[in-house]
Design a protein around this ligand. Structure first.
Ligand code: FEO
Length: 401
């Protein structure tokens, strides 16, 4: 049965949600599912903005056919070629053979990589600032390379102030009836997953996101239609502010993230004592995660939020314990910058992981190590409490500076 939603007089939601997916991109847990958004504009010309993942094929085509209500489909605007949005392009072309696909030249090359139909005969490539008039709507194409692939563009409907934003301003999480951010408590219930989505999927490309934000600042945006999650019309300012912070690698707040691994509890105990002492000093909103049990995508998102990061782990096979090594790799891969680090190393006979962690973290611009690494051998001892207290004092000062 078709399940279309009316967004505006001539704009319809024809996407779908997937709550059975376990790992988005085979990498990220999505306990609340994910939505693949697609939009149909019915002007003098009909325009479909992107398709959906193949898992939703049947629902999607029922939706498109119902929304068209007997009309032909004139244009498919392809903003992004990742298959969670582009999987059904060839089937759209098969069903609507007169269609024109509008996309960037880079996207055309990818269409040819993914599909075998004669793309040259139906693709119209566009570049920065090109305009498509569909009757009463004027669509302007804005290039957004690396947000999140090189071929990406977004589309601004000048007539209604609607930004079709591709992956930008998307989030993990299925759509649960409510389609707009003003129908939910977005900041309370959706911001954390929006952060986890951004930091893990697009986080590496902060400079390119900054370029898109500069372009967007010149547009009178009244509504954002992303390719995942809710349509944004109430929290545009807050979301843009968060994007500016995340993409410039600026902490959202002066706060502490403690990420640790612990084989037999000695490292965890030290991290717990440190957290308690920080709390006694009045430090609020401390976040603490065992990297062997919490997915790194969640901890990475918290790292983008916090100003101070404590990493505590064990020397293992003369290296860094595996789940900490993977997390540090994730920090480096996602280009996190301008963070203040405190390192705690453990090792029962040859603790060396502190210096090894530091070598990796120094690859990140603006990394600052505000204390010498705290070295514990198997377990924190009473005569090390003064040293731990000095770490607490230094962190407190730094947090309040
Ligand atoms: Fe939602 Fe980069 O695809």
């Amino acid at each position: 049965m078709q399940n279309i939603r009316k967004i505006a007089e001539d704009l319809f939601y024809v996407g779908c949600s997937d709550r059975r997916i376990q790992l988005f991109e085979s990498a990220y847990p999505v306990p609340d599912g994910v939505s693949y958004n697609s939009y149909l504009l019915k002007d003098d010309k009909t325009v479909l903005f992107d398709t959906v993942d193949k898992v939703c094929s049947a629902q999607f085509f029922e939706n498109v056919e119902a929304a068209l209500d007997g009309r032909n489909l004139d244009y498919l605007v392809v903003q992004h070629m990742e298959p969670d949005h582009a999987a059904l392009i060839s089937e759209v072309v098969r069903r609507y053979p007169d269609i024109k696909i509008v996309c960037t030249a880079k996207a055309l090359a990818m269409v040819k990589q993914f599909f075998d139909f004669d793309a040259d005969s139906c693709v119209q490539t566009v570049k920065e600032g090109d305009v498509l008039n569909t009757g009463s709507h004027e669509l302007t194409f804005v290039m957004a390379p690396m947000v999140h692939w090189p071929e990406v563009m977004v589309t601004f409907d000048k007539t209604t102030g609607t930004l079709f934003s591709a992956d930008a301003f998307g989030s993990f999480g299925a759509i649960n009836g409510n389609l707009f951010d003003d129908e939910v408590d977005w900041e309370r219930d959706y911001l954390d997953e929006a952060r986890r989505y951004y930091t893990n999927i697009v986080g590496k490309y902060g400079m390119q996101v900054q370029m898109l934000l500069k372009k967007a600042a010149g547009l009178d945006i009244k509504m954002i239609c992303p390719l995942h999650s809710l349509i944004v019309r109430k929290n545009i300012g807050l979301f843009v502010e968060k994007y500016d912070k995340w993409s410039s690698y600026t902490p959202e707040e002066n706060s502490v993230l403690i990420a640790f691994t612990s084989v037999y509890g000695g490292t965890e105990n030290t991290a717990e004592i440190l957290a308690g002492k920080l709390a006694d000093k009045g430090v609020k909103n401390i976040k603490m995660f065992d990297l062997s049990f919490t997915h790194s995508s969640k901890v990475l998102a918290e790292a983008f939020k916090a100003s101070h990061i404590v990493l505590a782990t064990t020397t293992y096979n003369a290296g860094v314990f595996e789940s900490m090594e993977a997390f540090i790799h994730s920090l480096v891969a996602h280009n996190l910058q301008n963070r203040k680090f405190v390192l705690i190393e453990n090792g029962s006979w040859a603790p060396t992981c502190g210096s090894q962690m530091r070598v990796e973290l120094e690859k990140l611009k603006g990394s600052e190590f505000i204390t010498p690494p705290l070295c514990i051998k198997s377990a924190l001892k009473k005569d090390q409490i003064a040293e731990l207290d000095n770490v607490v004092i230094t962190m407190e000062k730094s947090l309040n500076s």
